[in-house]
Ligand binder design. Sequence first.
Ligand SMILES: NC(=O)C1=CN([C@@H]2O[C@H](COP(=O)(O)OP(=O)(O)OC[C@H]3O[C@@H](n4cnc5c(N)ncnc54)[C@H](OP(=O)(O)O)[C@@H]3O)[C@@H](O)[C@H]2O)C=CC1
Ligand SMILES: CC(=O)N[C@@H](CCC(=O)OP(=O)(O)O)C(=O)O
Length: 345
Amino acid sequence: MKVAIVGGTGYGAVELIRLLNNHPHVTVEKILSHSSSGTKLSEVYPHLSDIIDLEMDALDVEALSKQVDLVFFATPSNISKDYIPKFFELGIRCIDLSGDFRLEDEAEYRLYYEDSLADEKYIKEAVYGLPEINKEKIKDTKILANPGCYPTATLLGLLPAFKHDLVEQDNIIIDAKTGVSGAGRGLSLNVHFSEMNENFKAYKLGSHKHIPEIEQELTTAAGETIQVTFTPHIVPMTRGIMSTIYVNLKEHHSSEEIISLYQKYYKDHPFVRVRNEGIIPSTREVYGSNYCDIGIFSDERTGKLTIVSVIDNLVKGASGQAIQNMNLMCGWDETTGITQLPIYP
Ligand SMILES: NC(=O)C1=CN([C@@H]2O[C@H](COP(=O)(O)OP(=O)(O)OC[C@H]3O[C@@H](n4cnc5c(N)ncnc54)[C@H](OP(=O)(O)O)[C@@H]3O)[C@@H](O)[C@H]2O)C=CC1
Ligand SMILES: CC(=O)N[C@@H](CCC(=O)OP(=O)(O)O)C(=O)O
């Protein structure tokens, strides 16, 4: 199958290229760039020299729809919403790494993304691509909204507790940390070396665009409106997300009991690993891989459940999950091409 990647010089795109290079059924036919058309990707990223020799092109929807079967959008928000409807009408499937098709509510999108939502017709066509909850719908969709990095780690950590009705649905506190590559390749004062090195910052308290995304999916799972307290932090590492979640248990269950429920919940989901009692995963344990690893601690003293969920933001948090979704959309085994081991140390 031939695919194209839009947003060619960004981190999401280059991670797609790294992973798709091992995919047995896919060729990256076209790489589209609005800033660097006419340039070889390997001139921007010399680590690809003599391996990926494609020259990047400007995006032309009509022409591209005749050349490829599926298009990945690895662009900033508020861009794919103008293009994906056109590809849809031309019968081309799209996978969007940005947030343009994740939210169903116009008002929430306006508030958090500061723009108008895509036309309702296409929002209705889109499926939220968290394979661990939406596998069947993903198989049939032509517009795949790949989840955000923080929501991926957080929802995978929380959903089994919701499913088993273990926790109170208010007072959900999500304390999350990300590596700097989460901010993409673009330069900004916030992420340059001397601002980040030996530093640790909380940001966007109460205003991060992943709040409505997490709440939307938890509300669907719970069948009633859920609100969360979400505080993201940026830490001086390149890759990785750790989402540490605090919830109140409805009644006491030991760590062992809850771990057993989580392990059963994920037994048919190859990319989620739940650690045994007393073992809490670190971001290095998933680095470069499509795994989400979860650790559980139930505190009998306080009645609180602490869930620690880690992913690589660029893999399970973006490009790896996008390929997992492509595999499902194409009827292939969901692990095809993305079984790389984590890189350790
Ligand atoms: N980094 C991460 O960990 C994650 C990222 N995401 C999402 O994936 C998407 C891509 O992220 P990431 O690759 O990190 O971001 P980058 O900033 O690294 O790359 C985005 C690329 O999009 C292209 N682009 C930028 N501005 C425009 C524009 N105005 N019009 C068209 N194209 C533009 C540029 O490539 P070019 O000039 O070559 O076209 C740019 O390099 C974003 O929506 C991001 O939020 C999701 C989960 C995790
Ligand atoms: C460090 C940093 O800035 N991280 C980004 C990660 C979010 C992201 O990639 O968001 P979408 O997938 O929803 O576009 C942020 O917090 O905005």
